[in-house]
Design a protein around this ligand. Structure first.
Ligand code: HAM
Length: 415
């Protein structure tokens, strides 16, 4: 792409949002395709939900962090609505409104924009995209294995390197707090401290409650391999890890101190970090949760994850990943007005058979048109002048080598 002129528009885009120029959009389209293909290979089917919902959908169980960051507003009819901060609650609502009778397990995936009123920085935006998947109504452990395997396949399929999968269990974490004499109500304000790994703050808060922090701190600060599971008996994670091993997923860290920023988790939780990214290094989060009964359905085993699509892209760019460029096979240059009609026929035939082709519509001279074709990423230019028109041939110029040859249209269409 040639250098672009930067100017300040009279009205600028809102803070924390981004425009995507064609080169960036091409990368985004490619990455979406990678994730969608993996989900489809695993038997997931994509769903779509509205960008805004009734605010209660998120205030029911998503947790204080999400509520504070939410874009909520009254519409002209006085309804209290919110731009979706995530897609799990909307997917569960969709399930209850439209898929209750469908055969289980349901394997649903989604890709959509989410909105959180956060302080923007690299990797943290007010409008960002999530690619996610939810399994409803499976046997819990089997669903968890399937989901973790998909998460791993999506990230590997994108070419991402140096990412770390951390697995914990919120149910066990809550039990350890309870064993220390901290009841469910008192636990809620501790969870954000655990999530932020604010160990000093946590120790002080536990002491203020009159409880002994030593065992809690010991478990929360531990991380390592499978042997860590002995500190959190009853998590059932051994079976999940065995299943993962059969799926070829063997690289992970067991970290009982994963609390997650959302309130609806009840069992296994997991996160993926890309340490290269610095502050906003978490590219994926998920776990087993209870939402269906809160939203008016029956209790349904549910497990899911969401990938921070934008963060994966930032990481791929930082890791110098080569993204495939969009294809443009031919750029057609009619030399003058009398050749245009034949050039349009050639162009249309090419497009009809699936060849990516473009034509000069700016009436440039040949050298400028060739430069434009190169900038646009075309592989070859097709020059059509008087002679080509008379002989019904085409002059094809390879834009990388500069070599030129004569060809017939039928030959090019066979590509
Ligand atoms: P979450 O951890 O809140 O989980 O978000 C998932 C991912 O979205 C994060 O790991 C992060 O990569 C990305 N993300 C979050 N906020 C931002 C932001 N402001 N800018 C850029 N990226 C961001 C959930 O949303 C759950 N619904 C995941 C889930 C699905 N749990 C079960 N099913």
């Amino acid at each position: 792409m040639p250098a672009r002129t930067v100017r300040t528009a009279a009205v600028q885009r809102p803070k924390g949002t981004r425009d995507f120029l064609p080169a960036q959009m091409a990368k985004r389209r490619w990455l979406q395709d990678v994730f969608r293909r993996q989900a489809e290979l695993f038997g997931f089917r994509e769903v779509g939900t509205p960008a805004f919902e009734h605010v209660e959908l998120f205030t029911l169980r998503s947790g204080q962090g999400i509520i504070e960051d939410m874009y909520d507003f009254r519409d002209k009819g006085g309804r209290h609505l919110a731009l979706r901060p995530e897609l799990t609650a909307p997917t569960m609502r969709l399930y209850i409104e439209g898929l209750l009778g469908a055969p289980k397990p349901l394997k649903l995936s989604y890709f959509g924009n989410c909105f959180r009123y956060e302080q923007p920085q690299k990797g943290r935006y007010r409008e960002f995209w999530q690619f996610g998947a939810e399994i409803l109504g499976a046997k819990r452990v089997q669903g968890e294995i399937e989901l973790l395997a998909l998460a791993d396949a999506c990230l590997r399929g994108s070419g991402l390197k140096r990412f770390v999968l951390r697995i914990g269990h919120v149910g066990i974490l809550k039990k350890i707090l309870e064993d220390a004499g901290i009841g469910p109500k008192e636990q809620a304000p501790l969870m954000p401290l655990i999530d932020k790994r604010d160990h000093e703050g946590l120790r002080a808060a536990i002491e203020r409650l009159g409880a002994d922090p030593s065992n809690v701190m010991d478990v929360l600060m531990s991380s390592g391999g499978r042997e860590i599971l002995s500190k959190v008996p009853g998590s059932g994670l051994e079976e999940v890890l065995d299943g993962l091993a059969s799926c070829g997923v063997t690289e992970y860290i067991i970290e009982p101190g994963i609390a997650r920023g959302l309130d609806y988790y009840t069992g296994m939780v997991f996160e993926v970090d890309v340490p290269d990214l610095g502050a906003e290094k978490q590219v994926l989060g998920g776990g087993t949760y209870a939402l269906a009964e809160l939203l008016g359905g029956e209790s349904t085993e549910s497990t899911g994850f969401a990938i921070g699509f934008d963060r994966v892209l930032v990481a791929l760019e930082a890791q110098m990943t080569q993204f495939p460029a969009p294809r443009l096979d031919f750029y057609i240059i009619p030399m003058g007005p009398s050749e245009r009609s034949y050039a349009l026929k050639v162009l249309s035939e090419m497009r009809r058979v699936g060849i990516a082709a473009d034509i000069d519509i700016a009436g440039r001279n040949i050298s400028k048109a060739l430069k434009y074709a190169s900038d646009a990423g075309a592989s070859e230019a097709v020059l059509i002048g008087e002679e080509e028109l008379r002989n019904k041939t085409l002059s094809v110029k390879n834009l990388a080598t500069g070599e030129q040859r004569a060809a017939r249209l039928e030959e090019l269409l066979k590509r």
